[in-house]
Design a protein around this ligand. Structure first.
Ligand code: KG4
Ligand code: ZN
Length: 356
């Protein structure tokens, strides 16, 4: 059995978890900073790193207490090394280095995106996987379509060329005056709206597996914002120029139509890739995989089984980081062959297909 402590601080959640054998969550603590960032309408990096510093010690402590094991029982410490915000990542990495040194346990740097993939292995009841599987990671920072050939073996088929799917949800949420993060609020509003009310563009309807959401975002903006009058344009009056939400627009209809356009393109490319590459299953992960419309449409359009994590594992957490460490290093940990990299540095950009 491996007992691994995971630590995650790549964005705006400070999290720690203890995972047994890469499958069983003994504890999982998540301190969210959403309230701190709401006033900025997005994650404010400086605020995030400071909040991580304040929270991390208590969060790790709580995870160990909830797991009910002493530090001596741990086989190793897994920490998110990237991708993510540099200041936020540094807090987790430095804390993990100090802890690993003080309790004399191996330290492992983990890719956050791979964490999202392995949230599927934490999903109960666990069912063995037959490779290759098609993985769609959709979060606030990433939109990646991957073919997973085996544990730790990824082929990147495509990804976003501009905004991430979650980022598009958040930006449109802000336009519509919804609270941050916009994703869940757009979903909620969309349930009361008509998804065919607006025919928003489905960009990159081509043979590639790349996505582009900035055109969709601009189309929504054109539709819902009051256009500045000619007089205001000439006078350069800032107050008049400032875009405002049209009074006659139905927020629910815009939310439903925007969600439909975004989900439609995610589903069509994923289903096509799954067919062409003979995948056995489709995996959805990351914050946007919490979206019910995405789950429903993916299941409707594909003949393959579609798996996604429970809500609490869709968004950022540390259990998924510990799970990756088990699959990457479990064998070596048991042999005592993992050498800690105390010189480990942040990897703010770190593609999964670059992993061996
Ligand atoms: O994976 P995550 O917690 O953080 C990153 O690694 O980015 O994802 C957060 C993103 C946010 O953009 C949020 O708006 C989006 O996931 N999200 C959703 C839903 N729940 C969270 N987007 C659409 N529908 C949802 N229900
Ligand atoms: Zn994430």
């Amino acid at each position: 059995m491996t007992y691994i402590l995971g630590i995650e601080s790549s964005c705006d959640e400070t999290a720690a978890a203890v995972v047994i054998d890469g499958k069983t969550i003994a504890s999982s603590v998540i301190a969210s900073q959403i309230d701190l960032h709401a006033q900025y309408g997005g994650v404010f990096p400086e605020v995030a790193s400071r909040a991580h510093v304040e929270a991390i010690s208590a969060v790790v402590d709580q995870a160990m207490r909830d797991a009910g094991i002493p530090y001596a029982t741990l086989d190793g410490i897994a920490v998110t090394q990237g991708p993510g915000l540099v200041g936020s990542l540094l807090v987790g990495i430095n804390f993990a280095k100090g802890l690993a040194l003080s309790i004399n346990k191996p330290l492992m740097g983990i890719n956050h995106l791979e964490g999202h993939v392995y949230s599927l292995w934490l999903t109960q009841p666990f069912r063995e996987v037959e490779f290759p599987v098609l993985v769609l990671i959709v979060s606030g920072g990433h939109t990646e379509l991957l073919l997973m050939h085996g544990h730790g073996h990824y082929e990147r088929l495509g990804g976003t060329l501009d905004d991430a799917a979650g980022e598009a949800f958040d930006k449109v949420g802000r336009m519509l005056g919804l609270p941050f993060p916009g994703g869940p609020h757009i979903e909620q509003a969309g349930q009361k709206g008509n998804p065919s009310a607006f025919n928003f563009p489905r960009a990159k309807r081509d043979d590639s597996y790349d996505f582009s959401f900035s055109g969709l975002k601009t189309a929504v903006m054109r539709e819902v914002m009051v256009k500045p009058s000619g007089d205001a344009r000439k006078s350069g009056d800032k107050a008049d120029k400032k875009s405002q939400l049209r009074a006659d627009i139905s927020v629910n209809d815009v939310a439903a139509s925007f969600q439909e356009a975004l989900v439609d393109i995610l589903v069509s490319k994923t289903v096509r890739a799954a067919k062409i590459y003979d995948a056995t299953e489709i995996f959805l992960s990351g914050g946007v995989s919490a979206n019910q419309r995405l789950r429903i449409l993916m299941k409707k359009e594909s003949d393959l089984p579609v798996r996604y994590p429970p809500l609490v594992l869709c968004t950022d957490n540390a259990a998924m980081i510990a799970a990756v460490a088990h699959y990457r290093y479990g064998e070596a940990l048991r042999r005592g062959a993992v050498v800690s990299d105390f010189g480990m540095d942040v990897q703010t950009m770190w593609s999964l297909s670059a992993m061996k």
